[in-house]
Design a protein around this ligand. Structure first.
Ligand SMILES: [Zn+2]
Length: 298
């Protein structure tokens, strides 16, 4: 399981397959477009994970920035593409700052070069991979002191982490329009992120899948229930009812749930998720929207 967004970004960008079918983009534009959606899905997912942290038993720290660095191993052609797309340097460089979160509040900016994290200095480490690992570990503590280089000036920034539910997400590089839950991971298709232009819409997809995880639907022992039509319908209704509340708690407009369902229904002639195909026989969209409205009015 991928623990942090940072790792996911590095995995994607460095071209390490997160699934067997993954093929990294072959152009700078393709890479940037995938990365833009990765950051957007990350920001929405983490808004939901932070806002709902009081109901989660296991928490993780979240700082809201993505440092990118190249893995020492890896395909040389892809490395060239990544360096070009993100102007990478030897040290990790900040390629994304999540608005409203710790890094943004502390003044971290895209383009900042990270030269130290807590007591670990880039210049003291033996290899880029070692520093990347230490930086990842430092992000698991509740305070983070970052040494950065900006316009050739050295700055020190102090960050205090937000606490978020300890779940991760993957942006799957496919043009399908699904989201699904697997173990403790929320998987969002690149196609779904592009289709759902409003954050409120994407928040519904993500919240619904998080609800499946929180309700224990992805546990291996629930497999039998998933195969049962009646049980499956109950699980979907429960995930909808909880999901829409999770998104509202994170400040998203529940009207986004309705337009998300309508547009994904139009494009796929099928409902939102197909977790082991268990949305196949689920409620028609108009009925599902009426059900969501009823949940919110209670
Ligand atoms: Zn579902």
């Amino acid at each position: 399981m991928l623990k942090t967004v940072t790792l996911i970004a590095i995995m994607f960008i460095a071209g390490c397959a997160s699934s067997k079918t993954y093929t990294p983009p072959q152009t700078v534009e393709g890479l940037r477009s995938l990365y833009t959606q990765l950051n957007r899905v990350s920001a929405i997912t983490h808004n939901i994970l932070v806002a709902n942290s009081p109901i989660c038993s296991k928490l993780k720290t979240y700082y809201g920035f993505i440092p990118m660095s190249l893995k020492e191993q890896g395909n040389e052609e892809q490395k060239k593409l990544v360096i070009k797309a993100f102007h990478l340097k030897k040290q990790p460089i900040v390629t994304y700052v999540d608005p409203k979160r710790a890094a943004d509040k502390a003044g971290l900016r895209v383009g900042d070069v990270i030269i130290s994290a807590n007591d670990n200095r880039w210049s003291d480490t033996k290899s880029p991979d070692e520093f990347t690992k230490l930086l990842g570990e430092a992000q698991q503590s509740s305070h983070l002191r970052l040494g950065i280089l900006r316009d050739q000036k050295k700055l020190t920034l102090d960050l205090t982490a937000d606490m978020a539910c300890d779940y991760s997400f993957i942006l799957s590089d496919t043009n399908e329009h699904k989201a699904m839950a697997r173990n403790s991971e929320i998987i969002v298709d690149f196609g779904a992120a592009k289709l759902l232009k409003r954050d409120d819409e994407l928040a519904f997809f993500i919240s619904h899948e998080l609800a499946h995880i929180l309700l224990g639907h992805t546990l291996p022992e629930r497999g039998k229930e998933l195969a049962n039509y009646k049980m499956r319908n109950i699980m979907e209704k429960d995930a909808d009812a909880l999901g829409v509340r999770l998104m509202v708690r994170a400040g998203y407009d529940p009207a986004g749930a309705e337009t998300a369902l309508k547009s994904s229904d139009l494009i796929d002639s099928g409902p939102v998720t197909k977790f082991f195909n268990y949305h196949g026989p689920y409620m028609p969209v108009d009925k599902r929207i009426r059900y969501l409205r009823k949940v919110l009015s209670e």
